[in-house]
Write a protein that binds this ligand. Structure first.
Ligand code: C5P
Length: 218
């Protein structure tokens, strides 16, 4: 792990999750799926029948909700208040409500604080971490050792979304990206962030490109 922190952002269909997990496993670092944190909180709100547009109630639940976030690169488990929700957080109910929850600034500040804490722990333990999301390179860990924005052309992302999730889900993923990009810009790399356009690349090529950037840092 070498205690390094690797920040990876990108839209859906970019392949960033697969790349982040593979790189984390390769360098024996922890892996942080920040999207899963927004999803687990959203599951908890829906489970308690809290209106996700009620920003004050949502924020107060975010502060008291006990999210249990696994940082293993393969098959990480997620729990809320001791209940395993690993499967449930990928369901359509959570997926269609998560952007609304993630647009709440108080929710973001609670989850960002917890993400920074997990990253700091991984750094201090010497294991290091690959953290993935929409705002990791810019907001959560702008001081990361390596910062990468993974993208692909709109057509290629659409093709990958369709292959991954089917026709109907591909359209809703595109809408979610449009909505999420009003909160954070994860299409244009900010200063010091390396853009990897994966349109013409295979997964092993992208992983090697990321590993090469990490090696430059050591
Ligand atoms: O990456 P994933 O699709 O699982 O993320 C689920 C949702 O969580 C996104 O659509 C976005 O609304 C939110 N999210 C976020 N910031 C992050 C990661 C995810 O707002 N860093």
């Amino acid at each position: 792990g070498r205690g390094l922190v690797i920040a990876i952002d990108g839209p859906s269909g970019s392949g960033k999750s697969t790349v982040a997990r593979t790189v984390a496993a390769d360098i024996s670092a922890s892996y942080l799926d920040t999207g899963a944190m927004y999803r687990a909180l959203t599951w908890s709100l829906l489970h308690r029948r809290i209106d996700v547009t009620d920003h004050a109630r949502v924020a107060s639940h975010a502060r008291e909700c006990a999210l249990d976030i696994d940082t293993a690169p393969y098959a990480p488990r997620f729990a809320v208040g001791g209940v395993d929700v690993t499967q449930q957080i990928r369901g359509v109910d959570v997926t269609s409500a998560v952007s609304e929850v993630a647009a709440n600034p108080e929710v973001r500040s609670v989850l960002i604080a917890s993400q920074r804490h997990l990253i700091a722990q991984a750094r201090e333990s010497g294991k290091g971490m690959v953290a993935e999301g929409r705002d990791i390179t810019t907001v959560v860990a702008p001081d990361a050792d390596v910062r990468i924005l993974i993208t692909a052309s709109a057509e290629e992302r659409e093709r990958r979304r369709r292959a991954e999730a089917g026709e109907a889900s591909a359209a809703s993923m595109a809408r979610r990206d449009a909505r999420d990009s009003q909160v954070n810009d994860f299409i244009t790399p900010s200063e010091g962030v390396t853009l990897i356009d994966t349109t013409q690349m295979t997964l092993p090529e992208v992983v090697n490109a990321v590993l090469a950037l990490i090696d430059e840092r050591v």
